[in-house]
Design a binder for this molecule. Structure first.
Ligand code: PMP
Length: 427
């Protein structure tokens, strides 16, 4: 079925792109400058009437749909009642409900508390604030290929210079980077990789001065890197033994994306603090830090917050999104997507020497090319885009095609998108 009416981008999108150049800062880039008019479960409809198959979900945000009916309903109902009071001035119930959901869903059966914020980067900033406050230590350890945001502290935590950090320094101090587990490249078992990581922390930073290790349980922007089994549990054990807080950045992996509520669940890792954003609120800006009650409650009153954090419309959306995840069993949906994609592209990889690895969990999947330059991934992505399929590239070397389809994407639409990707891979 042809979903395209014009070349991609179409004439109206090109017109808007030209207008954008006179209005929007050039530093803001779009993967595919096709201007969106409306969307559905796995489809984006552009201003030229083209239908695009969405295998990106706005970078792992619209997993529940665009929007899920329950999100749309909750948002409409809330905006008709009130739009904002500021939770720090006069609170409202939905903020409590979102925190209760987060505390119940986040890994571990211990008592938890949450604080709501606006963006992933802000959540990570707050997790570091809390960890430093509670431990009285300053050093923060992060790993190679990590991505945590674009604010000053989170740029320091992020590994890749171009485009995230180039000429934006000086960066926040007391951030120490150590190796991680990247099975395709290092060939290490989880235990060996953890030993390498731990020994680098002990040598370079010192356990006694380290407040936290901040790590994505599956690295997203860095290349959808799934650490070898046993790596995260060993790191968590070492953190516990040394009073170092383990901060799991689940901003991209959380909320059913990897086929469980959180990626830490796959190996029963229980972090001290978890950061969430993206998929939590079905497209509205909301983020959170959730953690052990005694850690979260140690911060003085007024030490955490912000004008918009936990905005009531975003909270309503989150409650609608979480309900959708339960009602439609989106963990199972993500696991189905994993089976389809890994099965299919495992076979494709056998037909071409260009593919080094096909990996991922749930609906967070990737194809890494043998060549460690962005050329092949960029060509494949461009071919997909021209045929109306939205895919992303990522990776420290830019040599990874990343798939983050909506968890609610119908099977036939997913197959249609994957057909195009397969064609591009074999071209
Ligand atoms: N951490 C991770 C793991 C992310 O994937 C992202 C966003 N890609 C962020 C933090 C930053 O989130 P935001 O863009 O909402 O600030």
């Amino acid at each position: 079925m042809t979903r395209l009416r014009t070349a991609i981008p179409g004439p109206r999108s090109l017109e808007l792109q030209a207008r954008r150049e006179g209005a929007v800062a050039a530093g803001v880039r779009s993967t595919l400058p096709v201007y969106v008019a409306s969307a559905g479960d796995g489809l984006l409809v552009d201003v030229d009437g083209n239908q695009l198959v969405d295998l990106a979900s706005g970078i792992a945000v619209t997993g529940t749909g665009n929007p899920a009916p329950a999100v749309a309903e909750a948002v409409h109902a809330q905006i008709d009642r009130f739009s904002h009071t500021c939770f720090m001035v006069t609170p409202y119930e939905s903020y409590l409900e979102v925190c209760e959901e987060l505390n119940a869903l986040a890994p571990g059966s211990h008592e938890k508390r949450s604080v709501l914020l606006n963006s992933g980067a802000e959540a990570v900033e707050n997790a570091v604030k809390i960890a430093r406050h509670v431990t009285g230590r300053q050093a923060v350890v992060v790993v190679d290929h990590g991505y945590h945001g674009r604010t000053n502290l989170t740029m320091a935590l992020t590994a890749k210079t171009m485009p995230y950090k180039h000429r934006f320094g000086p960066f926040a101090p007391e951030v120490h980077r150590v190796p991680t587990s990247y099975p395709l490249h290092d060939g290490l078992t989880g235990a060996e990789a953890a030993q390498r990581t731990i020994s680098a922390i002990e040598r370079q930073t010192g356990a006694g001065t380290t407040a936290a290790v901040v790590i994505e349980p599956i690295q997203g922007e860095g290349g959808v890197i799934v650490p070898a089994g046993g790596f995260l549990p060993a790191l968590a054990r070492w953190c516990r033994e040394h009073g170092v807080l383990l901060v799991a950045d689940e901003i991209q992996t959380g909320f059913c994306r990897t086929g469980s509520w959180f990626a830490c669940d796959h190996e029963d890792v229980v972090p001290d603090l978890v950061t969430t954003a993206k998929g939590i609120a079905g497209g509205l800006p909301l983020a959170a830090v959730t953690g052990r009650a005694e850690i979260m409650d140690a911060v003085h009153a007024g030490g955490l917050g912000g004008t918009y954090g936990g905005n009531p419309v975003a909270c309503a959306a989150a409650l609608g999104a979480i309900r959708t995840m339960h009602d439609r069993d989106l963990n199972a949906a993500a696991r189905r997507i994993e089976k389809t994609v890994l099965g299919r592209f495992g076979t494709v990889a056998e037909k071409t020497g260009a593919i080094a690895d096909v990996r991922g969990r749930g609906a967070m999947l990737a194809i890494e090319f043998t060549e460690r330059t962005p050329d092949v991934a960029a060509r494949v992505a461009k071919t997909c885009h021209e045929q109306g399929v939205v895919v992303l590239t990522c990776g420290t070397y830019g040599n990874v095609i990343r798939l983050l389809p909506p968890l609610v994407i119908p099977a036939d639409l997913l197959a249609e998108g994957l057909d195009v990707l397969e064609g591009a891979l074999l071209a």
